[in-house]
Design a protein around this ligand. Structure first.
Ligand code: GLU
Length: 547
C-alpha cells in the first residue's frame, strides 16, 4: 500500500526540513508588529502602491514594529530587469524607510528573515507544499487545458458554481496508488489544495479597515504550486507572511475575496493567520463625473514617475496621501504646521472603506499654497536641490548670482498681490529660466508674436529715449506714469478713448505686451515692473534693443 508520505517524498525527494525547522530559523520577532510591502517587479509603480506602502510603513513604525519589502516575482513573465532597484529607489525618493529589504541577499550581513525575493524561496515553499501532501490536503493534478475547458463549459451549461472542486477535479479523489503510478511516468503537473470548504457555508472574519466581513467560504481546489514549480500568490502569501512574522497584512482590497481561501490554508497548516487590513483603491472622477479606479492605462497620474517628471516634491504627495489615509490628518497638520508628518499618528481603522478620491486639483492647490508660504531662502534651497538632481545646468545658473536668483523667485511673494506663481518645481524652473541671459537667448526663437504695430522701426525711437529715462528706483505709480508719457510720444494711447484719435498706432496694452515678450521671451510673467527691477536697467535696455 502506498502511503501519503511516500507520495510526498516522491514529489519532493530533496526536501528534508520541516515547518518546525523553519520556525526555529525564523522565530517570532521581539516586537511582534510587522507589516510588509510586497510588489511585483513589473517596472510600473502605481501611485496606489505608494499609498499602500505609506500606510504599511506608518502603521509599523507607529507601533515600533518592522516594515519589510518583499519582492513577489513568482510570475516571471511579467518581470523586467532592474525593477527591484527601481522600487527601492522610489521608496527612498518618497522617504518611506524600510527596515528589511532584498539588497542584502549576497551580503553576509543579511536580515534575519531573508530571502526577501520570492524566486529565491523555492525550497521554503516546497517544505510547506510537502507538509500539505503528507496531510493529504494537497494533491498533484494533471488536468490538461482542454479538460479544464470542458469542465468550464459543462458548469456553464448546467448552471452550477464554477471551479475545480469535488468531482469536477479529476485527481482529487484518486488513491495514493493511482497517483504514484502516474508520478512514475509524468512529472508535468500542478499541486492543488484539497479544500474542505463548501459554498453553502459562510466565512466570517474581522478586517482592520473594513471591519466585520462575511462572505462565501472557499470551496475551490486552487493551484498551490504551478508547473514551473513556483508557488502561486496564495501559497506564497501563507508561507512568507508566516515565516517573516508579518502581524498585519495590509494590501489592496482586490485580495479581500481571497481571504476565506487564505484562512483555510492557514488552518490546513495549523498556523494562526495574520490580521488582515484591506485598503480600498484610489479613485478619480471620469469625464461624466462618475468615480472610477485610477487606471494605469488611462491616467498619467497613476504612474508615480508622472509626479517626479512634473516637479512635485515627494513630501507633498506624502502629505496629500496622508489626508486621504486619515481624514483627521489635514486639520491636525494645519494646527501644527511646523510638525513633520512622522509626528502624527494615523489611524488605519479610520480609512475610507470603499475607495478614496485622489484629487489632483486638491494636491496642486496644496503644493501651490505650500510654495507660496515658505521663505524665499527655503524656496531657493529646495529648488536648487531639485535642479542639482534633475537640471544641473539650471543649478549652475542659479548659483552664479544667488541674490539675483532669489530676487527672481521672490517677485510679489508674501505680498497682498501674491500671484502664487508656482505649483510645482517645473513651474519654478520654467518661470526663472528667462532671467538668465543665455537661457533667454535660447528662448527667443520661441517667443510669442509681438503686437503687429511693434515693429523694430516703430520701437527704435522709443527705446532710444527710454534708455535715457529709465529709472527702476521709482514707485510703481511714478514709473507707469512716466512710461505712459513716453509711450504717447511714440504713438501708444493711454486708454481706449485716446486710441480713437486717429494718430495713435496702438494702446498701452500693446506696448506692455511688447515689453513683456521682449524682456521675458514669454507672455506669461509676473508683474512687469517687478520683473524689470530684478533684471536691472542694463539688461532691460539690452533686451529691448534686440527686438
Ligand atoms: N504582489 C501582490 C500584488 O502586487 C501583493 C499583494 C499583497 O500585498 O499581499 O498585488
Amino acid at each position: 500500500m502506498t502511503t501519503r508520505k511516500e507520495i510526498a517524498d516522491k514529489i519532493f525527494p530533496d526536501v528534508i526540513e520541516t515547518i518546525q525547522d523553519l520556525e526555529k530559523k525564523y522565530p517570532p520577532r521581539p516586537n511582534p508588529i510587522c507589516s510588509r510591502f510586497a510588489p511585483s517587479p513589473t517596472g510600473f509603480l502605481h501611485i496606489g502602491w505608494i499609498f499602500a506602502s505609506l500606510v504599511e510603513q506608518r502603521f509599523a513604525k507607529q507601533n515600533w514594529g518592522t516594515f519589510i519589502l518583499r519582492i513577489e516575482d513568482t510570475d516571471q513573465k511579467r518581470e523586467i530587469p532592474g525593477a527591484v532597484d527601481l522600487i527601492i529607489d522610489w521608496l527612498n525618493f518618497f522617504g518611506i524607510e524600510i527596515d528589511e529589504w532584498p539588497l542584502w541577499e549576497n551580503n553576509t550581513d543579511k536580515w534575519d528573515y531573508w530571502p526577501y525575493i520570492q524566486s529565491h524561496r523555492k525550497y521554503i515553499y516546497q517544505i510547506f507544499a510537502k507538509t500539505l501532501i503528507e496531510k493529504w490536503l494537497a494533491y498533484p493534478c494533471w488536468m490538461s487545458e482542454s479538460e479544464l475547458e470542458e469542465i468550464r463549459t459543462q458548469q456553464t451549461t448546467l448552471k452550477v458554481t464554477p471551479g475545480i472542486y469535488g468531482n469536477y477535479s479529476l485527481w482529487r479523489n484518486k488513491t495514493p496508488e493511482e497517483i504514484m503510478q502516474k508520478l512514475e511516468s509524468d512529472s508535468n503537473f500542478v499541486l492543488r489544495f484539497r479544500s474542505h470548504g463548501d459554498f453553502s457555508q459562510r466565512c466570517e472574519f474581522d478586517d482592520v479597515i473594513k471591519w466585520k466581513i462575511n462572505m462565501i467560504d472557499n470551496y475551490n481546489d486552487i493551484v498551490l504550486i504551478k508547473s514551473d514549480w513556483l508557488p502561486t500568490y496564495h501559497l506564497a502569501h501563507i508561507t512568507d507572511d508566516y515565516l517573516m512574522r508579518t502581524s498585519h497584512v495590509i494590501r489592496g482590497d482586490e485580495w479581500l475575496t481571497s481571504v476565506p481561501l487564505h484562512i483555510q490554508l492557514f488552518k490546513a497548516f495549523d498556523l494562526p493567520h495574520p490580521h488582515y487590513c484591506h485598503v480600498a483603491p484610489l479613485l478619480k472622477f471620469d469625464e461624466e463625473w462618475n468615480k472610477r479606479k485610477l487606471s494605469k492605462r488611462k491616467d498619467p497620474e497613476a504612474d508615480i514617475s508622472y509626479f517626479f517628471q512634473s516637479g512635485y516634491a515627494p513630501e507633498w504627495i506624502i502629505d496629500y496621501l496622508l489626508t486621504i489615509v486619515d481624514p483627521a490628518y489635514e486639520e491636525r497638520q494645519k494646527a501644527n504646521p511646523s510638525k513633520n508628518y512622522l509626528d502624527f499618528e494615523i489611524k488605519i481603522d479610520h480609512m475610507n472603506t470603499s475607495g478614496a478620491l485622489f484629487d489632483l486639483v486638491k494636491l496642486q492647490s496644496m503644493n501651490n499654497a505650500y510654495l507660496s508660504k515658505i521663505s524665499t531662502d527655503e524656496l531657493y534651497n529646495q529648488s536648487l536641490i531639485r535642479a542639482n538632481k534633475y537640471r544641473p545646468n539650471l543649478a549652475d545658473l542659479m548659483q552664479v548670482d544667488v541674490d539675483y536668483t532669489k530676487a527672481a523667485l521672490n517677485i510679489e511673494r508674501h505680498t497682498q498681490k501674491d500671484p502664487k506663481r508656482f505649483t510645482t518645481f517645473q513651474d519654478v524652473e520654467s518661470q526663472i529660466l528667462f532671467f538668465y541671459d543665455k537661457e533667454w537667448e535660447k528662448l527667443l526663437p520661441t517667443k510669442p508674436t509681438l503686437p503687429e504695430m511693434c515693429t523694430a522701426d516703430n520701437m527704435k525711437p522709443f527705446i532710444e529715449e527710454y534708455k535715457q529715462q529709465l529709472n527702476l528706483d521709482m514707485t510703481l505709480e511714478d514709473w507707469f506714469a512716466q512710461l505712459k508719457e513716453i509711450w504717447k510720444k511714440y504713438g501708444f494711447a493711454s486708454n481706449n478713448a485716446e486710441f480713437k484719435e486717429w494718430w495713435y498706432i496702438g494702446k498701452v496694452g500693446d506696448l506692455a505686451m511688447f515689453m513683456r515678450i521682449q524682456l521675458c521671451a514669454t507672455a506669461k510673467t509676473p508683474d512687469l515692473y517687478s520683473v524689470m527691477k530684478v533684471l536691472g536697467k542694463d539688461r532691460v535696455i539690452e533686451r529691448l534693443g534686440r527686438a
